[in-house]
Write a protein of this length. Structure first.
Length: 480
């Protein structure tokens, strides 16, 4: 059937909300998606620790073979513990990047150190990174004292060894009592292969107990800075999983965490708050914004956090646009509800009607991540949104429904002729994507009418719905 249709007129365009589009050269195969979700396999975890600015994130990127961890020539860029999947000589494992560990840290530094300490407690192997050009410092010695008591295998990486002369000087690091120092240059790759060999040898055959395989659903926590994404992750995890501070922009890297809720595991991804457009961001903020986009692309459903105590801002709407473009299921979470009074609730209702009119289908939950108020309502909202995102309508049921709708409310006349919808099919799920084969262009208003009726009949709460129009070429009609 698809061979009977070709290009529509050149004025066919995509609507501004990213939901509707019209193209003339599509085949159904363009819409087919692979709905199989990957399985979650327990892997050994290797924690990369050390004091600030010794090159931990650079080493992580070298192990991964790509620039994944945010790196900048400023101490303290990495704050949370962030895990990535890696592989060496056929052995897969998770490598965890941590913030700089300092024994006398205060404020945010204390929270960062706590994240590093947690990574050390839960890892299957630990790599301590030391700056070989500086030698062992008091902080390095404090880290060594903690790790000498650990039952977890520990390897000492002497970083920034760019020459044979510096390699000889690493012998002094034996004084840390962590065994043989392995000279490497994370920036240039020198010695990192040998270090990886030692890491693989040190890793146990079976990792510490993790969630069993079964493909947890992936949830991205997104929003502007300081709306409480990390606070919510900590509340759900029941631990200080992500660094929280009143300073906006504390989270830089996406932070993954497997959390059991409602009797099953979920993979939550805490992302950096999007402060500005990517093209105007600089430094680690630029790379963090790219990773936020990548985290959203790898997720199945987005939790958009909005500060309910403040007016909805342009930044909130920019993040919303990113979610719409990604086609992910959506739950809008109004956080800090404990700070909302009656006057603010009235204002917020008006803002929702005005600013969030593009996503009337999104599920909404009012919570307080700080107090835990109504956090339990997130799981039903997530499950409902994902059910809609996965939903498929049979071709027969869809065509029977659309025939009745068009008979009751025909499409408006265009160019003196009334277009006919000849056939409809759902070409894909995740998100649900429908293709209408027609004899003429359908006006945007009529397409929105069809979407509204489609949602009334079949649901799709919490999921975007894409309806694409394929117009039959007049020359093909004449040939028939």
């Amino acid at each position: 059937m698809t061979d009977d249709f070709s290009s529509a007129s050149a004025d066919l365009t995509m609507a501004g909300d990213g939901t509707w589009s019209d193209e003339g050269d599509w085949n159904l195969s363009d819409f087919l998606s692979d709905d199989a979700s990957g399985e979650s396999v327990a892997l050994p975890v290797v924690a990369i620790v050390g004091r600030p600015n010794v090159g931990k994130s650079t080493l992580v990127n070298r192990i991964l073979g790509r620039r994944e961890a945010v790196v900048e020539d400023v101490p303290g860029v990495t704050r949370d513990r962030v895990s990535y999947k890696a592989e060496w000589i056929g052995r897969q494992f998770m490598v965890t990047d941590t913030g700089g560990w300092e024994p006398d840290a205060k404020g945010m530094g204390l929270a960062i150190a706590a994240q590093a300490e947690y990574a050390m407690r839960t890892a299957d192997a630990i790599v301590v990174v030391v700056d070989a050009t500086v030698g062992a410092t008091a902080t390095d010695e404090a880290v060594a004292r903690v790790l000498r008591r650990s039952k977890t295998p520990v390897l000492l990486a002497a970083n920034k060894v760019d020459s044979e002369r510096l390699e000889a000087e690493t012998a002094s690091l034996w004084s840390l009592g962590l065994g043989e120092p392995h000279p490497i240059s994370a920036a240039h790759g020198r010695g990192t292969g040998d270090l990886l060999d030692r890491i693989v040898e040190a890793m146990p055959e079976s990792p510490r107990e993790r969630f069993a395989a079964g493909g947890p659903r992936r949830v991205a926590l997104v929003g502007k800075p300081n709306v409480g994404k990390s606070s919510l992750l900590n509340k759900l995890a029941g631990e200080e999983r992500a660094v929280v501070d009143n300073v906006a922009g504390t989270t830089v890297d996406p932070v993954d965490e497997l959390i059991e809720l409602g009797g099953k595991p979920w993979q939550f991804i805490d992302t950096a708050g999007l402060r500005r457009k990517v093209r105007t961001a600089t430094g680690h903020e630029y790379y963090a914004s790219l990773r936020t986009r990548a985290a959203l692309d790898s997720a199945e459903v987005a939790l958009l956090l909005i500060d309910a105590s403040q007016p909805v801002t342009e930044q909130d709407l920019r993040v919303l646009s990113m979610i719409i473009e990604s086609g992910r299921a959506l739950v809008v979470v109004f956080n800090k509800w404990d700070l909302v009074d009656e006057d603010r609730r009235y204002e917020l209702d008006n803002e929702i009607d005005r600013e969030l009119s593009r996503v009337p289908w999104a599920r909404r939950v009012n919570i307080s991540a700080m107090t835990g108020r109504s956090v339990q309502k997130l799981v039903p909202a997530l499950e409902g949104a994902l059910e809609s995102w996965d939903k498929r309508i049979s071709t027969g049921q869809l065509n029977s429904w659309i025939k009745d709708i068009i008979a009751a409310t025909p499409p408006p006349v265009r160019g003196g002729r009334q277009p006919r919808v000849m056939f409809a099919t759902q070409a894909a799920t995740r998100p649900p994507t429908f293709v209408l084969f027609t004899t003429g262009f359908l006006e945007a208003g009529y397409r929105r009418f069809l979407e509204r009726k489609l949602r009334e009949q079949f649901g799709f709460d919490g999921s975007p719905v894409r309806i694409n129009v394929r117009v039959r070429d007049k020359r093909e009609l004449r040939k028939k």
